[in-house]
Write a protein that binds this ligand. Sequence first.
Ligand code: DQQ
Length: 526
Amino acid sequence: MGAFDYTDPNGPMYYGGVYHLFYQYNPYGAVFGNRMIWAHSISYDLINWIHLNHAIEPTDPFDINSCWSGSVTILPGNRPVILYTGLDANNNQVQNLATPKNLSDPFLREWVKFSKNPIMTPPNGIKGNEFRDPTTAWKGLDGKWRVIIGSELNNHGMAILYRSEDFVSWTKYQHPLYISEETGMWECPDFYPVSINSTNGVDTSVQNPSVKHVMKASFNSHDYYVLGNYDSEMERFISESDFTGTSLDLRYDYGKFYASKTFFDNVKNRRILWGWVNESDSTEDDIEKGWSGLQSIPRQVWLDESGKQLLQWPVEEIETLRDNQVSIHGKKLLSGAVFELSGITAAQADVEVFFEVPELEEVEFMDPTGVDPQLLCGKENASSNGKLGPFGLLTLASKDLTEQTAIFFRVFRGPSRYIVLMCSDQSRSSLRKEVDKTTFGAFVDIDPCLEKISLRSLIDHSIVESYGGEGRTCITTRVYPMLASDEGMHLYLFNNGTSSVIISRLNAWSMKRAKINGKESLRYRA
Ligand code: DQQ
């Protein structure tokens, strides 16, 4: 096997009965390199994949130093086009167009670069290395196309807006669609509508009173989003809050998840989100193992009923990998309990559990104002007892628990309501010293008086993707257990709080391996 680096998802789409995913890829090395390309894989079900030849590689003056991130837009007549960032011969970032050579090939194996590339170059006042990552374009009510490009000016991250009648000649609009007050350079922006009263997704061009818009930007190693309204006449996105780059912002994921991108799947009427999950080990480790970087399990994304945040859930197709199942109903986890969930493969599993917390009265008080939940999770880790919590899962654990990745909750009484904290504690995930074991954490917007506290974790050797509160808070982590071999991996439920909690319902499955190029895939074992 050669050495490969996989990073940002690019241009996801559904075309001709096939899901397509392109992604940033270095065919020459295990880590990011100076000739990144667009690799291309296809799938009928978002789970089993076939790798095709690379779609776009550096060949011309307008992309000779790399083909960086971008998006697909499907033009009327079902004609997909790629907009991507090229690093030109002077290492300036420019936007280029490519179209399929043969539209009747559902695999869209070959792509042709437009002869008049580049179609956008860094505008006056914008640095040549701060102009990248075009979004999927949308069509305004006036019939013109719009697209945004990530940039920054005087340390204000922004989305530069371009408009076009024909998708070929683009004019920069007089002002950006959005400028943030607090952030630096924006990478991989995403801008799309979500229904106010339905979990269905909508096409990127939809503009009507039944939608809100999401603006996502990647910076400070995280994917942040704000909700708001798109005023197409004024060409402004009016956000309900601004990006601050702090723990106050909404994020798709409070662990490892970056440079993500959504697309509208018109077959199942849903919007799907892909994100890049990077490594927590060192560059030297990546070179030794010969690869780095994963794509998340694709997630369906929609607006929560409250209108205040998005919800995310693994696409339903992941359930086709479920194998033998274990279930639990109404089991009490006493203070100090560590209960092994046997009967499934702990190294590769899908677990969904609902906790009931009957003893709410005496929980500790916490005023969340100014509290950074990630720091709180680091301080109050999985072994530090509270009243209600920590309780949750010990994943990828060795039999003696020397190695364990704990995903857990704590409940506090706040000034006006209960507060639920969700943590992913990597501090004991591996005996290896050189890996980053930062603990992650975030609040989950649920009231435990009214609903059970749920956790779904997708576990696969070196990755745990966790969904708290039925998709309100997501945390993805990469871990590298040493002691726990496949057979020696264990999965536990635990309660280190002084109060009991009840597992009102648990379903867990061993997961089969997905097929890559028709064969069972390699495991994500580091
Ligand atoms: N990765 C790409 C850039 C993008 C960055 C290069 C984000 O286009 O800004 O591989 O991870």
